[in-house]
Ligand binder design. Structure first.
Ligand SMILES: NC(=O)c1ccc[n+]([C@@H]2O[C@H](COP(=O)([O-])OP(=O)(O)OC[C@H]3O[C@@H](n4cnc5c(N)ncnc54)[C@H](O)[C@@H]3O)[C@@H](O)[C@H]2O)c1
Length: 367
């Protein structure tokens, strides 16, 4: 089975293909000797670089390869500059394509290079992590980090197509896979109660990476992101619902250091537990639903509590970190809150006392 999801952005619209063992024809582009640069990281290139190069050759491209070190530290301007040099060395012209083969780090980095080299060459996203398949490869946000913060430089730049082949998830480390599931759960909470029920029902099969079960779930997540992005490409309104659980989540990552104690999805899982507690306190989110969310995250192997050692710096550090969230205005963070599973509201301001009490309620026995 294969799912094709169209992202409806008029002339910049594109298809996302989700399947297992996708054939070369899935790449809708064909070429007559045009250049392609496959950008990947040192973990992913040895696993899938040859196969993707063969796929591009089968479609008439002449692919070259660029391999960057794995890890978030690579997502910076120094590697952007190095990749521009690779683009030149590979002879990329305006008809060329850049192929981002990897997780979200490679997708954001190579996407930014594609957006800016020659003022933009075509970008194909070939996500290989679960997070990249359901989130970062869709929607057109590209960019890199500065020393002073994450994703501070970037561009909205839509790919011409996305090829999400679930087979590539087989090699994804367990913790990375589980971390990606946090974003999957998020889609259920913000948009689709039926998806949420499916996740509850199929938690074991999902944990085993049963592709028959996962494929329609990944496709549904892409569909939801596509719908949201089509309405609000540049995040001036409803797109911010994709940040459910991310206000505290980003704070947790910031305080503990990116790539530190918590992976992104793990921090988002904890952030969703907090957002659910806030939702109950401020928006009447039923306690049953709050508990279902926590139970589902647990069943999928995601953290719902920081454990006995608590959060580094405790509430004070996390509250401070929330002030640097991009939704915060004048030290007042704006939250996405759930009214019920499948329906959220955004831009919510919550009383300071409630912020603190919800933290204690969500992470009782923590600091
Ligand atoms: N653009 C967006 O809309 C958006 C959305 C969410 C996150 N992001 C960005 O995505 C990044 C995180 O993405 P990520 O979690 O995929 O991290 P990542 O790209 O660093 O990948 C995580 C690890 O898994 C490895 N890996 C990836 N696919 C693999 C596979 N199939 N087999 C074996 N190893 C594999 C990578 O080499 C890396 O070590 C962050 O930079 C974040 O800012 C962007």
């Amino acid at each position: 089975m294969k799912h094709t999801i169209h992202v409806d952005l008029d002339a910049r619209g594109y298809d996302i293909h989700v399947g297992t063992d996708l054939p070369a024809e899935t790449l809708e582009l064909s070429a007559d000797g045009e250049r392609a640069l496959i950008v990947s990281d040192a973990n992913v290139d040895p696993l899938y670089g040859d196969a993707v190069a063969a796929l591009l050759e089968a479609r008439g491209f002449m692919p070259a390869r660029a391999v960057v070190p794995a890890g978030e530290k690579t997502k910076n301007m120094r590697h952007v500059a190095a990749l521009y040099a690779d683009c030149v060395a590979a002879g990329l012209d305006r008809r060329a394509v850049v192929v981002a083969l990897g997780g979200g780090m490679v997708g954001d980095l190579a996407g930014f290079v594609a957006a800016t080299f020659l003022r933009g060459v075509r970008l194909v996203q070939v996500p290989t992590s679960l997070l990249a398949m359901v989130d970062s490869s869709v929607g057109g946000k590209t960019g890199v980090n500065l020393k002073s913060g994450k994703n501070l430089v970037g561009a909205f730049y839509q790919p011409v197509t996305v090829l999400a082949d679930l087979r590539r998830l087989e090699s994804l480390p367990e913790r990375e896979f589980r971390s990606g599931l946090a974003e999957v759960v998020k889609y259920g909470v913000i948009w689709d109660a039926e998806l949420f029920r499916t996740l509850e029902r199929e938690a074991d099969a999902i944990g085993r990476r049963d592709f028959g079960v996962l494929e329609p779930i990944v496709a549904r997540c892409c569909e939801i992101k596509a719908e949201v992005v089509a309405v609000d490409e540049r995040e001036s309104g409803v797109r911010s619902i994709l940040n459910f659980g991310h206000t505290l989540g980003h704070g947790i990552e910031q305080v503990s250091g990116y790539g530190g104690r918590w992976l992104h999805g793990e921090a988002v899982s904890l952030g969703m537990v907090y957002a659910a507690a806030l939702s109950t306190a401020a928006r009447g989110f039923a306690t049953d639903d709050r508990d279902r969310l926590r139970a589902l995250l647990s069943a999928l192997g995601l953290p719902v509590h920081p454990g006995a050692e608590g959060f580094e710096g405790g509430w004070t550090a996390l509250r401070d970190a929330m002030n640097t969230d991009k939704k915060t205005r004048g030290r007042v963070p704006r939250f996405v809150l759930a009214e019920r599973i499948g329906a959220v509201v955004f831009d919510c301001v919550v009383d300071e006392t409630v912020l603190r009490e919800a933290f204690s309620a969500a992470f009782a026995d923590s600091n």
